[in-house]
Each structure stands twice: as C-alpha cells, then as structure tokens.
Design a protein around this ligand. Structure first.
Ligand SMILES: Cc1ncc(COP(=O)(O)O)c(C=O)c1O
Length: 313
C-alpha cells in the first residue's frame, strides 16, 4: 500500500496502540516521504482523544491504523466511529484486534474496517497471525511474492510452505470457543458464528464481573494507581486487562514476587511503548494483570491477598 502513497499524503496512527500497529506504518511512511499524524489519548482514563482523532483525519489521509482494544490499559476503542470518519475522508482503516479477540466477538462488518489483524495465540490458539481484508483490496494490493505462487486469494498472501499445524490449531481454538457457545446454549446444532456469538454473550459479562472485583479490591490497596477506565459505570468500554503501578515497588519487583507465589502477571510496556512513554512510566512500565474467561473470582481474591501482603509496610 505504501508504494501508492504520494507526497502530501498522510497516515494516522495512535499513541495508545501496541507498537505493532504504529512503527511499521511510520517506517513505511518515512520511505514514502509522507507525514504521520499521531492521535493523543486522554491520560485520565487512557482512552483515545476523539476530538484529536477527528481533527487528524483529512482529505490527505490514506490510512488510519487503530487498535480495537488497548493491550496495556484495556480500553475498547470506538472503531466503527473512527472507520466512518476515515471512509468519509477516503482513507483505509487497518484494525489491530490482537488484544480484543479473546475478550469480544470480532465483527469486521460491524466495525466497518478494511483490514483486521489478530494473533491466534491470544484467543487460546497457537502462534500464527491472522489477517482479514476486504476482498477487492486483498486482490488489488500487490503482494511481494515468489513467481510460482498463485496470484489468487488467499495464496497470494500466503506464499511459501504453510504452517499447517498452526492453522489446524487456530481452527481448533475457534472451535473451542464455539464449543463454549454450544454448551451454554445447550444446542449442538448452532452454526459456528451463532455459537461464537453465544460464547461471547457469556464471556463478556463474566469477565466484567472479574474486572469489577479486581478494580474494587485494587482501589482498597494503598499506593496502587490503576491506569485506564475504573469507573464502574463505564466497564462496558474496557476489557479485562488491568495495569497499575505502586508507589514504592517497581512493576518488575511486584511481578517477580507474584510469580514466586504462582501468579503470572506481566510488567513493562508490553510494546505499548508510546503510551508508556507518554505516561512517564519508562523504563519500569506498569504491572499488567490479564483476566480471561477461565479465570475465577477465587483467583482474583488470591491475587488481591498476595498484593496486600506484598505491599504491606
Ligand atoms: C494489541 C496487540 N497488537 C499486536 C501484538 C503483536 O502480536 P504478536 O505477538 O502476534 O506479534 C500484540 C501482542 O501482544 C498486541 O497485544
């Protein structure tokens, strides 16, 4: 796509996104000699500044790259609204659903995007990337591929020997999620899409109950500051990923101590590098807890108990 960009064209990326959906575009823009517009986020709740977003899309915009959910602070972005603005301006939209997919039903038509990427290992499958694109774009964009590879879809974009075992694993992961939906609906004849919809109908409120519990508990532990949406009335705008800092312990210290007690968390910037820099968290970053549908309220309570003990003066 970058080969079609002309001087005076622009692209839009956000300061909230994982670097996967930022720097590759920035480098492509550099090679094409075009301008990059960076959309700010609101530090108070780490959500995108939508006025800023709107103002950065204009008739010169060729591409808008935005994440569906922040992998650092968990906020869900209003991708449909952003895609509508982009399309009014004649720009394409590339959505990064890597962090969103385990927490919410991906609906490319509903989101109105042109391309959407995710990684199967985030939705309980193996390490293989997934790219969806509108057929006419996947056909018209030129692929750098080997000559013997077919020019038809999807092989045009899947040149070389396929990772068949990963593809089988990705399919199994989708079937696992669909299986949850069929079990909950007690209806084994639901088609895959219906079953996935049922699964996420259950996963979303269940994860929200865990987030409510965790945020409530964290608010009672002194010296902890959560970054992202914490307002109980707005939990529908976030997924179950919670990042925080402690006034006296670095995120690495806390994560190591949790690890020694059998609780797996993560620390650092998780490649949401601009966000971490803007919040002034480099080099230590934040401690991130990621809850998914197989976590339990008892596990949240155990985490809170450990955190209370670890941070006691
Ligand atoms: C939002 C987001 N985008 C992109 C990536 C990168 O995906 P991968 O690990 O498959 O390279 C991640 C991984 O953490 C992510 O959370």
């Amino acid at each position: 796509m970058a080969r079609t960009w002309k001087p005076r064209d622009e692209i839009v990326v956000t300061l909230l996104d994982h670097d996967a959906n930022v720097t590759p575009w920035v480098l492509a823009a550099r090679d094409a000699g075009i301008k990059v517009q960076y959309v700010r986020f609101r530090p108070e709740d780490c959500t995108l500044d939508l006025d800023d977003f709107r103002s950065k899309i204009n008739s010169r915009t060729k591409l808008v790259a935005v994440g569906c959910a922040s992998n650092a602070t968990g906020g869900i972005n209003p991708v449909r609204q952003i895609a509508d603005w982009a399309h009014e301006a004649g720009a394409l939209v590339f959505a990064d659903a890597v962090h969103f997919a385990p927490h919410g039903l991906v609906d490319v038509k509903g989101l109105g995007v042109d391309f959407l990427a995710c990684s199967a290992y985030k939705f309980f499958g193996p390490h293989i990337g997934v790219l969806w694109g509108k057929r006419e774009l996947m056909e018209s964009v030129e692929a750098y591929k080997v000559r013997p590879a077919s020019n038809s879809l999807p092989s045009k974009w899947m040149t070389g020997t396929q990772s068949h075992e990963s593809m089988a694993g990705a399919l199994a992961a989708v079937d696992y999620l669909a299986g949850i939906g069929r079990t909950l609906a007690a209806n084994s004849s639901l088609n895959r899409r219906q079953a996935l919809t049922k699964a996420y109908d259950a996963i979303v409120p269940y994860e929200r109950s865990l987030v409510t519990r965790l945020l409530g508990g964290l608010a009672e532990i002194p010296e902890i500051k959560v970054f992202g949406i914490t307002n109980p009335a707005r939990l529908n705008e976030r997924v179950a990923t919670i990042s925080f800092t402690h006034e006296r312990f670095t995120s690495a210290q806390l994560t190591e101590r949790l690890g020694s007690r059998g609780i797996f968390a993560w620390h650092g910037n998780y490649y949401a590098l601009n966000l971490s820099e803007q919040l002034g968290h480099e080099p230590h970053g934040m401690l991130r807890v990621g809850l998914v549908h197989y976590n339990t309220a008892a596990e949240v309570d155990r985490l809170l108990t450990e955190l209370r003990q670890l941070t006691k003066t």
